[in-house]
Ligand binder design. Structure first.
Ligand code: TYM
Length: 337
């Protein structure tokens, strides 16, 4: 990977807290795959972030390998890009501590994801959950990455990353960190639950029927789409006709995301048809995209040692970039070597 030929450096991450779903795929991973030949790309399974809420150790280990396998199965090229798990590169935790001493309580108090995840019992949330976005800033800035392909839900965390970079630079009067930009694709930036068009498709939702996992088989995909909440109207010919119909909008958005077409284009094909016709077409399309990924993922998981080996190699390559940057930061801060 020669940086000279690439447009810039990308960093992005995903938590190993369960199966990846269609939201992760359409909102982030598919874009990672598309960008990796043009950008120097570093992708991370963020196990340090995962333990901000309690995790069963065996399940965390398993999930880290599964997520790594599904990223490779989705098309991440581990020779071209760097793929590793966060806890193997200590620079993330070290830089995060330094940033803890830069970020302000007031900034973290504004983070909506913390409020959502901590729920009503905020006093009982871990300090790690509160500092989650600071670690995220360290992930990105440890590589001086300038572009971060994510779904829309990560936008606020990216703003905080820019605030931390700016504050660090001005605190020490240096130009150490660039200000990274989020790269959010518009078609499927926010894939919603199949059961409620007003809440995000997520790994943590209790019912598995709310999401399509990259591991679901054809029957399960068909069943989930069949039971997905929709409405009794036919599909409109224009996008405006989806206003006030969050579930219909979501299903059309998923169709557009999966097919790589615009929502307008999808509507022009299905205008005047009801969900009785649209849902089977969507199920067929979803299966077409997901089946090869889940088959390849299962094949890769037959050789766990090889996945571990690839993650370890990725960690070495990541460390080789992050360590000199961390050394520079330590020098700026005034640590004796
Ligand atoms: P995580 O694991 O929740 O999700 C991984 C990626 O999937 C996107 N995503 C979605 N996109 C569209 N619709 C949805 N319903 C949906 N659900 C999830 C997320 O936006 C994300 O891009 N904090 C991050 C992980 C992280 C990270 C980083 C990302 C840690 N360090 C540094 C970028 C840079 C997270 O929890 O993602």
């Amino acid at each position: 990977m020669s940086n000279g030929e690439k447009l810039g450096r990308i960093f992005s991450g995903v938590q190993p807290t369960g199966n990846l779903h269609l939201g992760n795929y359409l909102g982030a991973i598919r874009n990672w795959v598309n960008y990796q030949s043009s950008y120097e790309s570093i992708f991370c399974v963020v196990d340090l972030h995962a333990i901000t809420v309690p995790q069963d150790p065996a399940a965390l280990r398993q999930s880290t390998r599964e997520v790594a396998a599904s990223l490779i199965a989705s098309g991440i090229d581990i020779n071209e890009s760097i793929l590793f798990n966060q806890s193997q590169v200590s620079c993330h935790a070290e830089l995060s501590w330094i940033f803890n001493c830069v970020a302000r309580l007031g900034w973290l108090n504004r983070m909506t994801q913390f409020k959502e995840k901590a729920g009503k019992n905020r006093e009982n949330a871990t300090v790690g959950l509160y500092g989650y976005p600071v670690l995220m800033a360290a992930d990105i800035l440890a590589y001086k990455a300038t572009l971060v392909p994510v779904g829309e839900d990560q936008k606020q965390h990216l703003e905080l990353t820019r605030d931390i970079a700016t504050a660090f630079n001005s605190m020490f009067d240096v130009e150490c960190f660039p200000l990274p930009e989020p790269k959010i694709e518009t078609t499927a930036a926010r894939v919603m639950s199949l059961r409620d068009g007003s809440s995000k498709m997520s790994k943590s939702a209790e019912s598995d029927m709310t999401r399509i996992n990259l591991t679901d088989d054809t029957d399960l995909i068909a069943q989930k789409i069949k039971k997905a909440k929709s409405d009794a109207d036919v599909l409109p010919s224009e996008l405006e006709g989806l206003e006030g119909r969050p579930e219909a909008r979501n299903l059309v958005g998923i169709f557009a995301g999966l097919s790589g077409r615009s929502q307008e284009d999808v509507l022009s094909e299905f205008a005047g048809q009801g969900f009785g016709a649209f849902k089977p077409a969507l199920a067929e399309l979803a299966t077409e995209v997901i089946s090869p990924i889940s088959a390849e993922m299962r094949r890769l998981l037959n050789d766990v040692a090889e996945i571990d080996n690839q993650l370890a190699k990725g960690a070495l390559r990541a460390s080789a970039i992050a360590e000199p940057i961390l050394d520079e930061v330590k020098e700026i801060v005034g640590f004796v070597k």
